[in-house]
Write a protein of this length. Structure first.
Length: 252
């Protein structure tokens, strides 16, 4: 992994009765950082704060040492691409139009678009109305748009939602390819085995607080997971990879 790209320093965010933080973490070039935790733990909120979509009440975030509060939206979008959990529905735009619009921050349009469309096998969707697509098809289109932005990092909120199994596998492989190319990925995933497979480091949140943060092998352990979920866990190595199994917690 390379030098630090994103630095999150003691950020906090409050709305109504929910409080996130304080959270400090860093993302290096070529690193995949996973964010895990139960529903309502603040995972999407943390991602939105990192993208300056909402402002923290305290703390600071830098990209390559520059405070994001001092960056123009154009520059921030050029550095950080985003795949949201809830997808927007543009009016009367084709899939091809949506993909081209996703490259607005580039000085020169990427020539990777057709190659990635072909790789995912969605050539037949190019001229379809975006709003006519299924949830999984929309998410795949937006993922392709994010990947063609040539940003330093992509922040993904549950990129596997609504996808068929073959497309899920492709997305996980694409994340690993991004890492190999030196780009960073911050990804929210509910599936603990996916976190274990593709992430270098993981931060686990519960009720807005960091329960554990560090190397994947050190964070995804039964002692930590049982603090977060009402389940028991067994972890073993299978063909050189970590496998996490969950079981109902026994009543004492």
């Amino acid at each position: 992994m390379g030098i630090t790209l994103i630095e999150v320093s003691a950020i906090e965010y409050s709305i109504n009765r929910f409080h996130l933080g304080p959270i400090s973490l860093s993302v290096k070039g070529g690193e995949v950082l996973g964010i895990g935790g139960p529903n309502g733990s603040g995972k999407s909120t943390l991602l939105r704060v990192m993208l300056r979509l909402i402002r923290p009440t305290r703390g600071r975030i830098t990209v390559d040492g520059e405070d994001i509060e001092k960056m123009t939206q154009h520059d921030l979008s050029r550095r950080l691409a985003y795949l949201p959990q809830n997808l927007f529905s543009p009016l009367n735009l084709s899939v091809q139009d949506v993909l081209l619009a996703s490259q607005y921050s580039l000085e020169r349009k990427s020539n990777k678009l057709d190659a990635i469309i072909n790789r995912y096998g969605i050539e037949d969707l190019k001229h379809r109305d975006f709003n006519s697509l299924s949830g999984g098809e929309k998410r795949l289109v937006m993922l392709i748009g994010a990947m063609t932005q040539d940003s330093d990092a992509i922040l993904m909120d549950e990129p596997d939602t609504f996808l068929d199994v073959d497309k899920e596998i492709q997305v996980m492989e694409e994340i690993m390819n991004l890492r190999e190319s030196g780009r960073s990925v911050v990804v929210i995933l509910h599936d603990l085995n996916k976190l274990a497979k593709i992430c270098d480091n993981v931060v686990m949140l519960k009720s807005g607080k960091v329960i554990a943060y560090g190397h994947t092998d050190e964070v995804l352990v039964p002692e930590t997971l049982e603090k977060m979920y009402s389940a028991s866990f067994r972890i073993e190595q299978v063909s050189g990879s970590m496998r996490i199994d969950a079981f109902p917690k026994r009543r004492s």
